[in-house]
Each structure stands twice: as structure tokens, then as C-alpha cells.
Design a protein around this ligand. Structure first.
Ligand code: FAD
Length: 478
């Protein structure tokens, strides 16, 4: 009789889980194991909002495993000592010794610190005589499978997507294996021992989310029933649920892109009016592009992708402006609405992410790393690949980024994408009753602004835009 460990990480689902399927097919018994070792993720250990999600997602996975008369086994890795021992490797070795397991199966992650750790774990376990097998569970294609004609990584999205698009239709998801024949360790830590939940009473509004595999599929059903048909027209309107809101579920691997695409295809298979799914699939393509970039250019979360940007003169870190930006008190309504939505729900609409990032990096000329870090701590979908790509895209320093001189005007953007101010009114109660255009630019009526209790703008949008363009011209000339 052989036993294998399935090392769960951010693949917190039972269906379409290649590591789990392979372990069940190859062994008589399977130990579903989660090793808690956030230190091994270095400065990109999960932020506070991600920890909240992780807690609930692990609980959901455990519930799923209990349907198969087992339970998620949790080990808290001891800090790694200089002499070896400890860490994830130590935890896996102890589990192997205690259970006689002969193999470890896991699904790949692409964050640089995790890749390095995984390579060390694999090498050491193989040297111990353990079979180690890893799989791609969370992307359509591993980042090294796609290359330009010159065999280079892609740096521009459209040709990347054209290439990827030819590979995705044939890929159907895997079924949940059954029966699972699960085994337990002699002792498992309790989920609460991981202390993932915030001690502050901050995450109350996160209750609108249902982390876990079931929650992910429910969210996809809502999207399929309602919004996907209007995705092109609805995806830029923050007041509507016009997008899928699958980002945290995808990040934690509670659902895979293969499952999403297959489910949408199946949903419309027998209908006459099939909406165009391409624009939505293309957004999933951006997610793959982010992972492609992170794999080939692992410094992107910290360094300008476009090194010409190294000469750009950012303003000195402005603690006051940064605090007002984080608190949603910049006096620019659409920006404050976004920052307050983020604080209250752990999520922000994509269009508004672009606007808040533009205000920070262009009008306030604060380094994109400062915004990236705040998002890392507060987004439930904080994802190293997508977050780095998003911030560098807006800042203008990224691969295939928006040109620097295209500086968003938050007032015209707000008028275009939140025309009646419904989104602003929801998140900025001071402006709930603002008449007409004032909801977008309340400073245009000083008397109204004073009475509303809403702050004046932190920055002059026009002058700061010109300053930013001058700074950009200067950096190009050095
Ligand atoms: P949908 O529109 O329904 O799209 C479906 C899926 O496609 C998303 O769940 C996501 O996985 C992927 N996707 C969509 N747009 C993008 C995009 N522009 N880049 C990469 N993937 C995309 N996304 C994250 O998942 N984590 C982050 O940490 C993150 N940080 C960002 C920071 C900035 C400054 C910006 C501008 C964007 C960031 N994004 C990030 C991308 C995007 O905003 C979110 O993926 C999207 O808002 C999630 O909502 P949704 O699931 O409803 O998206």
C-alpha cells in the first residue's frame, strides 16, 4: 500500500486539481496537507486581506474534504534554522517520516520566492528518495510554453494573446476524483492556530464574499446568468456588477481558467443568442500575461520593467498625501470612492484601480511601489503578477504599458463611467445628495463643498498634470 502527500498551496479546490488527481490515481492513500510558512514568501508574504481570504478558503477546503470522510491536515512550519531543518522542507520530511509516504504532489506557483523555495524542497526530497511531481493547475499555459518566433518571452500583450488563444479551447477541466481515500497525520494544527484573521474589526464588509470552491462556482453562475452578456458595455461601469468578481477565487486557485471557460461555453451551448465570450476570455489572457512577465522578469514587482524609467524623478515620499489617498480623503470623488470600496470590501473595480493609481503616480508623483504595497495589504485578490503589472501599466514603466503622457482626468473619467454618480454616492456619503455635476467635482461650488463636509482636492489636477509631463520630458532627456 502506498501513501502520497498532496501539498495544497494556492490550488484550494478538489475539482480540476491535477496534483490531487495524479496522487489519487497513483497511490492507495492521500494526505491533504497545508504547510503554513509565510516567511518563505519574503516581503510578499500574504497581506492582511489575503490572510482573511486564506483563512476562509482553507476552512472551505476542509469542509470539502470532510465530504470524503477526511480533513485538511495543517502544519505550521518551524522557522528554518541555519543548520537546515524546519521550514516547509522540515514539515514535509516530518510528515513523510510519520506516515511512510513515498511521494509528494503539488501544483506550481510562479512567484519568485516560492519558485526558489519549491526548487530547494524538490531537490532535497528527491535526494531523500521521495517521488516529487508538480503540475500546472492555475494557468492555461505554463509561462515557458509560449514564446515569440525568435524564442523570446513576449513583452506585448496582443501577440501573446493571439498565441495563447490558439491553445485554450481544447483544454477541458478534470473531474473531482472520487473516492479520495484520505489519511490523516497523528496531529494537525487547528486553522485558528494560524492567526490569519485580523485583530482589528476591519473586515466586516468582506462578508459579501464566499471564499472557497463552492463560492467561486456560485460567483461564476451569477456572472454567466447575468453580466457576461453585457460584459463589453458593463465592464467599465463601477456602479454595476458588470464583471465576474472572480479575481480572489482565481488567485487562491479555487477555480481555474479552464473551468471558467468550459462553464461559460456549456452555459450557452444550447442557447440561440450566445454572447461574445472573447472580450472576457481576453481579460483572463491579461492574467496569463502577468504571470508570463513575472516568470521571465522576476524583478517586475520591485523594478521598472522599462529601465528608461529609472531616470524618472518621483516626488519625495509624501506621508500626508499618501495617508489621504489610503483613507479615501483626497477630495477627488471617484478616487475616494474607490479607496473606500477597497477598505470596506477588499476589492476595487478595475477602472477605478486605474484612476486611483494614476492619481498617486502621476498627479501626486509618488512611486508606484507605494501603491503596489498598499494594494498588496488590502486587496483580497492581491496577486504578485497582476498587481505588479497593473501598477507598472498605469505608471507607464511596464511592459506594453499606457504611455506616460496619457494621464487620466478623474473628473472626465467619472462623468463617463459613473454618469449619475451612483458609485460615488454609494461610497462617499458626504456627496450622497450632490446635485448634478458637483458629484464629480464638488469644488466647483465652494459653498456646497463647505456644507457637504467633503474635503477640498489634495492637488490641483491641471497643474499637477503639467508638472508630471514636464518631469517625464526631463527624464527622457537624461
Ligand atoms: P473580470 O473583468 O471579470 O476579469 C476576469 C479575470 O481576468 C479577473 O478575475 C482577473 O483574474 C483577470 N483580469 C481582468 N483584468 C485584468 C488585468 N487588467 N490584469 C490582469 N488580470 C486581469 N488583479 C488581480 O487579480 N490582483 C491584483 O493584485 C491586481 N492589482 C491591480 C492593480 C492595478 C493598479 C490595476 C490597474 C489592476 C490590478 N488588477 C489586479 C487587475 C484587475 O483590476 C482585476 O483583475 C479585476 O478588477 C478583477 O475583477 P474581476 O474578477 O471582476 O475581473
Amino acid at each position: 500500500m502506498t501513501t502520497a502527500i498532496v501539498w495544497f498551496r494556492r490550488d484550494l479546490r478538489l475539482a480540476d486539481n491535477p496534483a490531487l488527481v495524479a496522487a489519487v490515481e497513483g497511490h492507495d492513500r492521500v494526505i491533504p496537507l497545508y504547510v503554513h510558512a509565510p516567511d518563505e514568501e519574503g516581503e510578499w508574504a500574504p497581506g492582511a486581506a489575503s490572510r482573511w481570504w486564506l483563512h476562509h478558503s482553507l476552512a472551505a477546503l476542509d469542509k470539502g474534504l470532510r465530504r470524503h470522510r477526511g480533513a485538511l491536515q495543517i502544519v505550521i512550519a518551524r522557522k528554518r534554522a541555519n543548520t537546515g531543518g524546519g521550514g516547509t522542507l522540515g514539515a514535509l520530511r516530518e510528515a513523510i517520516k510519520a506516515t511512510g509516504a513515498t511521494a509528494v504532489y503539488f501544483n506550481l506557483l510562479y512567484d519568485p520566492a516560492i519558485r526558489k523555495r519549491d526548487a530547494q524542497v524538490r531537490k532535497a526530497l528527491e535526494a531523500d528518495g521521495i517521488d516529487v511531481a508538480s503540475f500546472n493547475a492555475n494557468l492555461w499555459c505554463d509561462p515557458w510554453e509560449i514564446a515569440t518566433k525568435e524564442d523570446e518571452p513576449y513583452r506585448v500583450f496582443t501577440p501573446f494573446w493571439r498565441n495563447l488563444r490558439t491553445r485554450i479551447d481544447a483544454q477541458g477541466p478534470l473531474e473531482e476524483p472520487s473516492p479520495l481515500r484520505l489519511e490523516a497525520l497523528a496531529t494537525s494544527a487547528a486553522l485558528d492556530d494560524l492567526a490569519l484573521l485580523p485583530t482589528l474589526d476591519w473586515a466586516k464588509g468582506f462578508d459579501e464574499w464566499t471564499p472557497g470552491e463552492e463560492g467561486a462556482h456560485d460567483m461564476l453562475s451569477l456572472f454567466a446568468d447575468d453580466a457576461v452578456g453585457h460584459y463589453t458595455s458593463g465592464r467599465d461601469l463601477p456602479a454595476r456588477h458588470g464583471t465576474s468578481r472572480l479575481s480572489p477565487h482565481l488567485h487562491f486557485g479555487e477555480i481555474s481558467p479552464r473551468q471558467v471557460a468550459e462553464r461559460l461555453r456549456a452555459h450557452f451551448a444550447r442557447r440561440k443568442n450566445v454572447p461574445d465570450l472573447e472580450p472576457y476570455l481576453r481579460q483572463l489572457g491579461w492574467r496569463e500575461f502577468g504571470h508570463h512577465l513575472l516568470w521571465h522578469f522576476p524583478d517586475t514587482p520591485k523594478k521598472n520593467f522599462n529601465t528608461k524609467f529609472d531616470a524618472f524623478r518621483w516626488e519625495k515620499r509624501d506621508a500626508h498625501a499618501l495617508r489621504r489617498w489610503k483613507q479615501g480623503k483626497t477630495g477627488i470623488p471617484i478616487v475616494d470612492a474607490g479607496m473606500r470600496e477597497l477598505w470596506a470590501t477588499g476589492w476595487m473595480h478595475n477602472r477605478v484601480r486605474m484612476l486611483v493609481a494614476s492619481l498617486l503616480t502621476k498627479n501626486l508623483r509618488q512611486h508606484w511601489l507605494l501603491g503596489e504595497k498598499w494594494f498588496w495589504d488590502t486587496l483580497v485578490d492581491a496577486d504578485l503578477a497582476n498587481n505588479a503589472m497593473g501598477w507598472q501599466w498605469v505608471a507607464g514603466s511596464g511592459a506594453d504599458a499606457a504611455p506616460y503622457f496619457r494621464i487620466f482626468n478623474p473628473v472626465t473619467q467619472s462623468e463617463k463611467f459613473d454618469p449619475d454618480g451612483a458609485y460615488i454616492r454609494r461610497w462617499v456619503p458626504e456627496l450622497r445628495d450632490a446635485p448634478g455635476r458637483l458629484v464629480h467635482a464638488p469644488w466647483e461650488d465652494e459653498k456646497y463643498l463647505k456644507a457637504s463636509g467633503y474635503p477640498p482636492p489634495i492637488v490641483d489636477l491641471k497643474a499637477s498634470r503639467e508638472d508630471a509631463l514636464l518631469a517625464y520630458q526631463h527624464s527622457k532627456s537624461v
